[in-house]
Ligand binder design. Sequence first.
Ligand code: EPU
Length: 339
Amino acid sequence: MSIIQENISLKPYNTFGLEAKARFFTEINEIAELKNILQNTDYQNVEKLFLGGGSNILLTKDFEGLVIKINLKGIKSVFEDDSQIHLQAGAGENWHEFVMYCVENNLAGIENLSLIPGTVGAAPMQNIGAYGVEIKDVFVELEALNLESFEVEKFKLDDCKFGYRESVFKHENKGKYVITAVTFRLNKVPTFKVSYGDIQKTLEEMGVKTLTIKAVSEAVIKIRKSKLPDPAEIGNSGSFFKNPEIPKTQYDELKTKFDNIPSYPINESTVKVPAGWLIEQASWKGFRDGQIGVHARQALVLVNYGGGNGNDIKTLSAKVQASVLEKFGIKLHVEVNFI
Ligand code: EPU
């Protein structure tokens, strides 16, 4: 039976390190415990917030409902042949530790996703991605508890409708399921993806002659550490905004004014523009107001230097959006969930 605590500080449970209280708080280690709590009549009409690693939320106020921290653990093989293995991981497994488990066991496919904060269960929500790999590339299926029927259901790749930082769980299934386990396809023989960003350059700097899963993981970790603040030191939730996708016609027009505007083609009529570049050009990079600001090495990341306030970060994000809209005519969409 899980214990339900009252008036608990959520500061240790969000990577922004923001202070906010939960009226009720509990941690669950088993699906049965989760079902029990959800069916407990005392809490039936109480609003619920399911927490993984708390790496994608911005707490703007105390939460008057019940916070349920998902601690479902375990990694097991559910299929194996000569070339691949399917690993099922509990939703509460730490994402980076799961990546390290794969790297140590010479299993390829997610080494480019090293050092992303958060949990396995949160990863499919927004189809986490970095350095040319998204989890949809290695995804087999997931299990999720239906919050109406209290039955565990399976979702295959197509059911999840993955897109860039998108899934069915952010749209039509929002608030309807809790992800309990995810199965990934890992390859015994690696196919490396090292053309993205600075990976190749970093591997050379590291003196790597023969590519290995571990070397690629280490290169990614090195790059991330050089640009992104460690939440243990400076509160943040990674990219605060998504990189906007704009019509190619709009991009071509912007290019006549901003000669060096970077872009990644999506298809013939759409391009993606790095939000970090837009925010930097709008003069926000390194901006600091008291205890909050825009990270000095990656403008896409808003930070809490300690003791900052979630509402101030929300206000700052709106100011950043307004100035990017004014300067470039591009609306930035927030990636983080406001609570
Ligand atoms: N850039 C700037 N100024 C900045 C930041 C970036 O000009 O302050 C430019 C860079 O010079 C580069 C381009 O923007 O030309 C892209 O920068 P970077 O490679 O750092 O990646 P990103 O597009 O800013 C995305 C993800 C990251 C992921 C990296 C690497 C999103 C919203 N973010 O950032 O994901 O680690 O690519 O693949 O797509 C996260 O989601 O929390 C996250 C960190």
